[in-house]
Design a protein around this ligand. Structure first.
Ligand code: MG
Length: 241
């Protein structure tokens, strides 16, 4: 058992040393439910929001999308959260990318806590297309500059306790403390930051590597461990590399 885990680690390590600037494809990944929660508050700004949309498209282009493969849901938020599409809504890449392209900037307040509650209640459910009951890994990627006007700690804790692995991406003049409260721990490994929205594009592979490896390792891990700590271990491992 332990031998297989070690072998997996070596394979992953070899893979990462081979990674260049080329796009990362999630070729080996079979399944995963990923929900993006995107800050669309006034503090982001119209031009920067375009960069966010480009980033999302590029990430999705590199995922193996399909009803029995990777499903993607997306919500954006300002003062109130807005449902863009659920995990069940777009099961092919073309229609997913078209949906991302249609997202328009909200330019309102920043109630991140309320938005996190929203995705837990509306997205990570069987009715919305979540396959948590089939042990499909559940991942949330919260993108924000991290200046919420409501409490994020309780909503984020409840989302993680719901079995969702939470990444936080901070861009621009982000508030790191707040992002650390949102993400899984140790936060240094689950918080990804970029000082500018232009530089965000360079984070695509960092995020893809983390997410893809967590999905892949979870799939491999099903035969070894059934507990979620293996998934967390795998993500940590990928981020350390
Ligand atoms: Mg804001």
């Amino acid at each position: 058992m332990r031998g297989r885990a070690v072998l997996l680690s070596i394979i992953l390590a070899a893979g990462f040393f081979a990674v260049s600037a080329q796009p990362v494809e999630c070729e080996a990944v079979t399944v995963g439910d990923i929900v993006f929660l995107v800050d669309s508050s006034g503090s982001i700004g119209t031009e920067n929001f375009k960069e966010v949309r480009t980033f999302l498209s590029k990430v999705i282009e590199n995922l193996d999308i399909g009803p029995d493969k990777v499903r993607v849901g997306l919500a954006q938020y300002g003062t109130d959260p807005v449902q863009e599409f659920l995990l069940k809504d777009h099961m092919d890449k073309t229609s997913l990318l078209a949906a991302v392209d249609k997202i328009t900037f909200l330019d309102s307040g920043t109630e991140t806590g309320k938005a996190i509650n929203f995705i837990r209640d509306r997205y990570f459910t069987a009715e919305a297309g979540s396959r948590a009951s089939q042990r499909v890994p559940q991942i949330a990627v919260v993108m924000s500059d991290g200046e919420s006007s409501d409490d994020v700690s309780i909503p984020a804790k409840r989302l993680r306790e719901h079995g969702v692995l939470v990444f936080a991406i901070g861009v621009g003049s982000y508030n790191r403390k707040e992002l650390e409260i949102i993400a899984n721990h140790p936060s240094g490994d689950f918080v990804i930051t970029s000082d500018t929205f232009q530089a965000l594009q360079g984070l695509r592979n960092t995020l893809l590597k983390s997410v893809c490896t967590s999905l892949e390792a979870q799939r491999e891990g099903n035969n070894i461990y059934s507990s979620s700590w293996f998934q967390v271990y795998s993500v940590l491992f990928s981020l350390i590399m």
